[in-house]
Design a protein around this ligand. Structure first.
Ligand code: 4AD
Ligand code: MG
Length: 429
């Protein structure tokens, strides 16, 4: 049994091949069935001619509609007109599982494709996105491993809100209330006192009510935290990590990227270092381009688009005003209105894929902030303890996996970067 991608090769021409998969397209005319077979690796044309296969097999080929699963055997031939340049002339055609009329045909509405997500994930686009995602992840894990980071497994059920308490998912936790994690950051911070350099890949949850093409209610979050690290070094980690991820995807998935209409060359030429742009400079650029912004304005999708639309490389925006970012960030001694932090924006108009910072080590500052926000200090006691027992300068960041996949795969909407997108409107299938 060959994978289709392996079969598409001159070395098999004139030889018998055996393939299995699902019917991708089919039509018949005058005693010939022209079927396209797909498996996880690709598609190939199969012609089934009456007389060349047993009659029962020919009947099966006629009956096998789109998405029926089949096993075929035949001779590989070159055919310029066929997708991939080859076809199989069948001598056997075995129907394994017949498919009812497939509910997805060409030109379907977005809603129908979301209702039929369990079937739509069979599409070639979804297949390619999943492979690119796996390849980006592999690139990241390899980079972390080579650079001495330990992968750790923080909890998902928590009592703390590292980011924004308005986007917490509450759950009933026995006889108490708990939350689904928004970020593993606090737990990673606790682990650096033992392991120094850690990272994790976990689901993160944000009860985002807004429907935007870049927000999911559940996404995969790759986070890292390191002891003895400044925010400048933190940005160096980010640019090297992102470069390693992109280059691995180019190495392993160039065909998939092309299928998604992403030219791998545009990713291959991305190399660290990336530019650094102060929040203040970002404001200047935006004002010059006609945006109504001033000191203290947040950068949303529209502003980030303007900042990155003409860029081919990612760019860091650094030193945001404190009022825009969470309390755990380290004050910038050069400009105490700001933090030692950065957001990494992907180019081509895409925007934020990473948020990171050096962390505050002064627990008095954190306590004052938490009290000011009316947060219960009880829940944060353990986190504040980390500043009391041998605190060290440290930094870290969080990368939204679906964000980078959306950008790399040139998807219009983040929902297509994950098999089962969870949004305010959807939890089925
Ligand atoms: O910028 P955020 O909120 O930062 C944190 O959670 C930090 N505690 C991370 C850390 O320092 N360990 O989220 C980090 C990244 C964003 O840059 C974005 O890529 C992604 O997570 N992200 C989302 N992705 C999809 N859907 C959402 N609703 C997202 N919210 C954030
Ligand atoms: Mg952010």
């Amino acid at each position: 049994m060959l994978a289709i991608k392996q079969a598409l090769s001159k070395q098999h021409v004139g030889k018998k091949v055996q393939l299995r998969g699902w019917i991708y397209r089919t039509r018949s005319s005058g005693g010939i069935v022209f079927a396209t077979l797909r498996d996880s690796s690709g598609i190939i044309q199969v012609t089934v001619k009456k007389g060349n296969v047993p009659d029962a097999d020919f009947d099966s080929a006629t009956m096998a509609g789109i998405e029926s699963s089949v096993i075929i055997e035949g001779e590989l031939a070159e055919d310029k007109r066929a997708p991939g340049g080859f076809e199989v002339r069948a001598s056997k055609f075995q129907l394994v599982g017949i498919s009812e009329a497939f509910p997805i045909t060409e030109y379907q509405s977005t809603e129908l494709l979301l209702d039929q997500r369990h079937l739509w994930i069979r599409s070639r686009e979804q297949n390619a996105v999943s492979k690119v995602k796996a390849s980006l992840l592999r690139g990241a894990r390899e980079w972390f491993h080579e650079n001495g980071y330990v992968e750790v497994t923080p909890p998902i059920i928590t009592a703390v809100a590292p980011e924004d308490s308005t986007t917490l998912f509450q759950i009933k936790y026995f006889d108490r209330i708990a939350y689904l994690s928004q970020s593993a950051q606090f737990y990673l911070e606790s682990l650096i006192f033992s392991l120094e350099k850690v990272y994790s890949l976990t689901p993160s949850f944000r009860a985002e009510k807004s429907r935007t093409p870049r927000h999911l209610a559940e996404y995969w979050h790759m986070e890292m935290e390191a002891a003895w690290m400044s925010n400048e070094e933190n940005m160096e980690v980010q640019e090297q990590l992102v470069t390693a991820m992109l280059h691995n995807a180019v190495k392993e998935c160039s065909d998939e990227l092309r299928l998604l209409k992403r030219d791998p060359a545009t990713l291959k030429k991305i190399e660290s270092p990336f530019d650094r742009m102060k929040y203040e400079e970002a404001m200047d650029i935006l004002q010059k381009k006609g945006h109504d912004v001033s000191w203290g304005s947040d950068l949303g999708a529209i502003e980030e688009r303007t900042l990155t639309i003409d860029r081919e490389m990612p760019v860091f925006v650094v030193n945001y005003p404190k009022e825009l970012k969470p309390f755990y960030m380290k004050e910038n001694p050069d400009d105490p209105r700001t933090y030692k932090n950065s957001d990494l924006l992907a180019p081509e108009g895409f925007g934020e894929i990473i948020g990171g910072s050096e962390r505050e080590t002064d627990d008095a500052k954190m306590v004052a902030w938490l009290k000011d926000k009316g947060e219960s200090l009880d829940n944060y006691k353990w986190y504040l303890d980390l500043r009391r027992y041998g605190s060290v300068p440290h930094s870290g960041f969080g990368l939204g996996l679906e964000r980078i996949v959306t950008w790399v795969c040139k998807l219009e909407h983040i929902r297509d970067s994950i098999p089962y997108p969870r949004t305010v409107a959807r939890v089925y299938p």
